[in-house]
Ligand binder design. Structure first.
Ligand code: GAL
Length: 384
């Protein structure tokens, strides 16, 4: 009897621990589920945050508990202090219309919302995969709204820069790209294959129909110009493309960054006139080592640095820096003169339960970004 009681109390103990683990916390502790004002985990992944008036809006993928496709749309939360988040509902909803680009069951990822000072509209760009096509469509989509919480109206989805060469590719480089033939290369990762990728093999393969666009972000520069930064060419090469003044199209000016470098999850910010690009490697939902580049101009040249992540995620499974503490970046949020790196700790079994990891970006003596683990993103920011 005694043994049964002991066993029962051990099981009860295990259940409590599990239950506690599943209860969203209100103090935004990294490595835990984060509560909104209703006590529900914030279901906004791969997204970004903007400030409008005295309110912050957090947009992200509303992910289902089971499965990978988008059943609701892009969610939006609001906050005055970045700490208490109110669920404002679905900002851009999937469509019930069969055949629509955003038909329920498509995949909407990595939404980025920006405010256009000229048109006074909120513009959303996101990665779209068409229903039933896995990740083959690789498109970017545009939506627009008069208010920050939506409803956003879907405008269209497209491949990128069809029929246009990167502006910095000269005649000789174009000729070299045109000589490549992607259909010949069955085996990837050989030195010869890599050479062809650097020449623009996949750029040329997709030249006519437009370049692929998967993980992406949008950056608004100080002059109001917007840039779309995306993982293209089978996730091998990043493209930086200028957007039109209304942010609803591409101007056609673009270039490639780190051809063949396999950079995903691009995030970008500018500090003291230097652009910093922090990306991940390409291992699906599993974490990998972050990569970092800097440039004096958005058009490069980009210099590669080592990953800004340092140390261990102490207290959170001791995840090491070379696994980005278990996370993958999504956005860099400027707060005053400081920056917060926002990332997702993906939970592919239950994507809605993926965790948020926010960490302040520090700078070393040479001005290079450095990101260490902290239990709370706001601890060292002294915001008040
Ligand atoms: C990741 C990417 C995510 C999602 C996932 C699907 O590499 O960053 O946004 O596309 O792959 O496996």
């Amino acid at each position: 009897m005694k043994r049964i009681i002991m066993l029962m109390s051990v099981i009860a103990g295990m259940l409590t621990v599990n239950a506690q683990k599943d209860i969203p916390v209100t103090d935004q502790r990294n490595g835990q589920l984060w509560a909104d004002t209703e006590g529900r985990h914030i279901n906004a992944h791969g997204g970004n945050i903007i400030r409008f008036g005295d309110t912050y809006y957090w947009y992200g993928e509303n992910r289902p508990y089971r499965g990978f496709t988008t059943e609701a749309g892009i969610q939006v939360y609001s906050s005055k202090d970045l700490r208490t988040w109110k669920d404002e509902g679905v900002a851009l909803a999937v469509s019930n219309e069969a055949g629509s680009d955003i038909e329920r069951g498509c995949i909407m990822e990595r939404p980025k919302v920006v405010y256009n000072e000229k048109t006074h509209k909120f513009v959303m760009l996101f990665h779209l995969e068409l229903k039933g096509k896995g990740y083959a469509a690789a498109r970017v989509a545009f939506a627009q709204s008069d208010t920050p919480v939506g409803p956003f109206l879907f405008i269209r989805s497209t491949r990128v820069n069809a029929g246009i060469w990167p502006f910095d590719m000269d005649q000789a480089a174009r000729q070299a790209a045109m000589q490549t033939d992607a259909s010949r290369w069955k085996e990837w990762w050989t030195p010869a294959w890599r050479k062809e990728v650097e020449k623009g093999m996949y750029l040329w393969r997709d030249f006519k129909d437009g370049q692929m666009s998967r993980d992406m972000t949008v950056y608004i520069d100080d002059d109001g110009k917007a840039y779309h930064i995306t993982s293209s060419q089978e996730n091998l090469t990043l493209l930086v493309s200028e957007l039109t003044d209304d942010y609803l199209d591409f101007t056609g000016k673009y270039n490639m960054v780190a051809p063949g470098g396999q950079n995903e999850a691009p995030t970008i910010f500018k500090n003291d006139g230097v652009y910093w690009l922090i990306c991940s490697g390409c291992t699906g939902w599993s974490p990998n080592e972050a990569r970092m580049f800097s440039a004096k101009s958005i058009w490069g040249p980009w210099k590669q640095h080592k990953s800004p992540f340092v140390g261990l995620a102490t207290g959170y499974r001791d995840m090491p820096a070379d696994k980005t503490f278990g996370a993958q970046g999504t956005y860099v949020l400027p707060i005053g003169k400081r920056f917060v790196f926002m990332a997702d700790i993906w939970n592919p079994r239950h994507l809605s339960q993926s965790l948020h990891l926010w960490l302040p970006i520090e700078f070393d003596a040479s001005g290079t970004p450095k990101i260490c683990w902290a239990d709370h993103w706001y601890e060292s920011l002294h915001l008040n």
